[in-house]
Design a binder for this molecule. Structure first.
Ligand code: 5GP
Length: 112
């Protein structure tokens, strides 16, 4: 079964896409937890951080470069932002296709 995010990548489910390369896509989170809340997703499906190997994990460099670019595009690079990645149940991962959350646009408070 393709993940929810693979369906977005394939345009089978709509999303507000803000960034795309051949390896990475980024779109607005459907339930934003901050004024800016963007999901940055490798196009190659990997369920969790635990499933990465040296080869598949290399795409995370692309994801961080995407985060840097998107933060600039949304005007939050200097005010600040948070990048979060959840893994499995205790972290609250709900979509099992690895992704970065990029949060910002307002003071985010303490990390919890
Ligand atoms: P996780 O909890 O796995 O770290 O993050 C999954 C994120 O995907 C959540 O913040 C959730 O709001 C978001 N999400 C779930 N379904 C959809 C959807 O259909 N479209 C978009 N754009 N985001 C979604």
């Amino acid at each position: 079964m393709p993940s929810l995010f693979t369906k977005i990548i394939r345009r089978e489910i709509p999303a507000k896409i803000v960034y795309e390369t051949d390896r990475v896509i980024a779109f607005h989170d459907i339930s934003p937890m901050a004024k800016v809340h963007i999901l940055i997703v490798p196009k190659q499906e990997t369920a969790t951080i635990n499933d990465f190997n040296e080869s598949s994990a290399s795409v995370m460099a692309d994801c961080f470069l995407a985060a840097k670019q998107i933060a600039q595009d949304f005007g939050i690079a200097e005010s600040g932002y948070r990048v979060v990645m959840n893994c499995n149940g205790d972290a609250g991962q709900t979509v099992f296709h690895v992704h970065l959350h990029l949060l910002g646009g307002e003071p985010l408070g303490g990390f919890a």
